[in-house]
Design a protein around this ligand. Structure first.
Ligand code: C2E
Ligand code: CA
Ligand code: CA
Ligand code: CA
Length: 278
């Protein structure tokens, strides 16, 4: 019905033409974009709150489109998921992140781990563990240098299958994060059974936290629960010093956000990391 509505809009309001048009162009542009190197990864630092140092980076996908300029992932990932293109694209992301780890190593940068985001569509692939393992070993990276960020959506389809895969990935030595915790229908029940290392609290938690006492209490309680389950807590979307103060006060382990740095191209990330690592 979404499609029908869109077509209706097109007939009656010419000003709405642009949106479906762009979507069609993005969809048909995905494959050529991969072939002609229009995708790139930016890196956002994760900062350890105790030491104040950068200890890891999240790889975030960017599309430098010849016509639209930088297209944010929220605009093209859903299309890539719908069409299945997320499979080759996701493999490219993992491979490119591994290659960047090696490049930084060659440049003498202190070691750090890089996380990549995984779509639930990738998790539905039967051979996902083998694919991940192959890419990492082909690129000569140790599994300890790579972290996977997953959202609860991977449990929607076949929770038992997902759990088995997570255990296998953990056994390989990869670090696992549960991303966007606290959005949608997040539930504490996952935390009982999921073999993860990090819980990433979504930026919606931070929004308004300075003035919202109840939010602070939920935040505080979640950190306690996570710590009791031996999970480290990463808070996303930290933008102000006031937010940071509250987060620090409640013993969160690390943060990611514009307060420290937006996602950066590899060279600029390396520059920042040199100044703020060991
Ligand atoms: P995410 O995994 O939750 O990534 C964090 C998003 O928050 C990033 O947006 C980042 O730029 C943004 N962000 C970081 N700090 C702040 C802050 O202080 N304030 C605010 N307002 N935002 C902040 P980005 O790069 O646009 O990515 C959006 C989403 O697209 C990601 O959310 C992730 O779900 C998806 N994504 C990005 N790269 C990939 C990828 O390689 N594969 C897959 N499957 N999904 C990806
Ligand atoms: Ca993420
Ligand atoms: Ca997130
Ligand atoms: Ca997200």
């Amino acid at each position: 019905t979404a499609k029908k509505q869109r077509n209706t809009c097109r007939l009656y309001t010419p000003s709405m033409n642009e949106l479906p048009q762009k979507e069609v162009m993005l969809e048909s542009g995905l494959y050529p974009a991969l072939e002609s190197n229009q995708f790139m990864l930016y890196y956002q630092p994760k900062v350890d709150l105790e030491s104040g140092r950068i200890y890891a980076a999240e790889a975030l996908l960017r599309w430098k489109h010849p016509e639209f300029g930088m297209v944010p992932p929220m605009e093209f990932i859903p299309i890539a998921e719908k069409t299945g293109f997320i499979i080759p694209l996701g493999e490219w992301v993992l491979r490119e992140a591994c290659r960047q780890v090696k490049r930084w190593e060659k440049q003498g940068l202190p070691q750090l781990s890089v996380s990549v985001n995984m779509s639930m569509i990738q998790f539905q692939q039967k051979n996902i563990v083998h694919t991940i393992q192959s890419i990492i070993s082909e690129e000569g990276v140790r599994p300890q240098q790579i972290e996977l960020e997953l959202t609860e959506s991977i449990f929607m389809d076949n929770p038992d299958h997902t759990l088995r895969i997570l255990h296998e990935l953990k056994r390989l030595g990869l670090a696992l994060s549960l991303d966007d915790f606290g959005t949608g229908y997040s539930s504490l029940s996952y935390l009982q059974s999921v073999p993860i290392h990090y819980l990433k609290l979504d930026k919606s938690f931070i929004h308004d936290i300075v003035s919202d006492y109840r939010k602070q209490m939920i935040f505080k309680s979640l950190v306690v629960i996570a710590h009791n389950l031996d999970l480290k807590v990463v808070t996303e979307g930290v933008e102000t010093a006031e937010e940071l103060d509250i987060i620090k006060g409640h013993q969160c382990d690390s943060v990611q956000g514009y307060l420290y740095s937006p996602p950066l191209p590899p060279d600029r990330f390396a520059e920042l990391y040199r100044k703020h690592s060991a």
